[in-house]
Write a protein that binds this ligand. Structure first.
Ligand code: FES
Length: 95
């Protein structure tokens, strides 16, 4: 599984792990990504999912409203990868 980053300060491709959230993978690879609650509530980690699918497992993305969900925004702090290839756009609130 791989994660491609577009237009981030450090573009590149990362290896994904199904048991790690996207935020954990990003931070372990040294990508600066704004976060606060790490529980899907504040919405500060939001970004657009350009390619691929995710599963929120036990959490609901309470930090996003319906319009934001419809626009394709996700919350990486509670999102687990479920596709072999994913692509994320820039964070909504860059660090
Ligand atoms: S860090 Fe708060 S919703 Fe992701």
């Amino acid at each position: 599984m791989s994660l491609q980053l577009s237009q981030t300060p450090q573009p590149g491709e990362l290896q994904l792990h199904p048991e790690r959230t996207l935020l954990q993978t990003l931070q372990q690879a040294g990508h600066p990504w704004r976060e606060a609650c790490r529980n899907g509530v504040c919405g500060i980690c939001a970004c657009k999912l350009l390619v691929g699918t995710i599963d929120y497992k036990t959490h609901l993305p309470r930090g996003l409203n319906q319009l934001e969900l419809d626009e394709g925004l996700i919350l990486p702090c509670i999102a687990y990868p479920t596709s072999q290839h994913m692509q994320l756009d820039t964070p909504r609130y860059p660090k």
